[in-house]
Design a protein around this ligand. Structure first.
Ligand SMILES: Cc1cc2nc3c(=O)[nH]c(=O)nc-3n(C[C@H](O)[C@H](O)[C@H](O)COP(=O)(O)O)c2cc1C
Length: 238
């Protein structure tokens, strides 16, 4: 595939078919992504690959945790304090999830969410419909493979920067091979369910997840959110 076509065709896939991804292809895609540049070639990231029984266990474990979290957020202050004290149902990821968006970024976030729910026919007031859609994150949108990206804590912002470059390489390689991907910050909410399956070095912190597989023919996959005009991204001259 031409580079420009891969760039144009990559989009976040939020519904995957049941078609499996072979181990050979997965290794090939990850190997391609290892050619990415990084700070002093330190490659300050590690990837946990979840498939088969491990993935199915996570697919069962995570959605009820998300349900509980939402119930807690809607529940009484007393319940929230209790949960915090006991760590019960509280996300135990390594990074603080983004909940309050900066005022200048909020309009872009709102426009994207609005467009997505409009396409899906989910009304603004339909909290249950939105919940169900968000919950799909924790089912990996039915993908046969989920990856979890960890970054070395010792390189400050450069570890996540390098991991981001790695992720984009991987997503483009997947597009080139006819596969779909969705990077997912949502999958960084909980670290403990991953500890059950993987030996994760303590100094590697969970940055995000990525679902990978073959795209299903579903409306949601036709979502193509607009980008800000280039001028908005250029720092003006004095
Ligand atoms: C770091 C990162 C985290 C993301 N987290 C999520 C997520 O948790 N759930 C989701 O559905 N999409 C997630 N996305 C996908 C973005 O919403 C998507 O990239 C953006 O809306 C642009 O759409 P496109 O990827 O289809 O071009 C994430 C993307 C990135 C790069």
């Amino acid at each position: 595939m031409e580079f420009k076509d891969a760039m144009a065709q990559r989009h976040s896939v939020r519904a995957f078919s049941d078609k499996p991804v072979s181990d050979e292809l997965l290794t090939e895609l990850l190997t391609t992504a290892t050619t990415s540049p990084s700070w002093s070639n330190t490659q300050p990231y590690m990837i946990a690959v979840a498939k088969g029984a491990v993935l199915e266990d996570l697919r069962e474990t995570l959605p009820p945790m998300f349900d509980e979290l939402i119930a807690l957020a809607k529940g009484s202050k007393i319940k929230q304090i209790k949960a915090k004290l006991t760590n019960d149902g509280i996300p135990d990821g390594d990074f603080r999830p983004v909940t309050d968006y900066p005022r200048d970024l909020q309009p872009r976030r709102n426009a994207t969410g609005h467009e997505l729910y409009k396409l899906l026919g989910i009304d603004r007031a339909d909290k249950s419909g939105r919940h169900q859609q968000m919950r799909e994150n924790f089912r990996f949108f039915n993908a046969p493979v989920a990856l979890f990206i960890f970054v070395h804590e010792g390189l400050d912002v450069y570890s996540p920067l390098d991991a981001g470059i790695f992720l984009q390489s991987l997503m483009l390689a997947a597009t080139d091979a006819g596969l779909g991907t969705c990077a997912q910050g949502a999958l960084a909410l909980w670290r403990s369910p991953l500890e059950k399956h993987f030996n994760i070095p303590k100094h590697y912190k969970l940055l995000c997840g990525l679902s990978l597989g073959y795209e299903a023919d579903e409306t949601i996959n036709r979502f193509k959110p607009e980008r800000a005009p280039l001028e908005e991204l250029l720092v003006p001259l004095k």
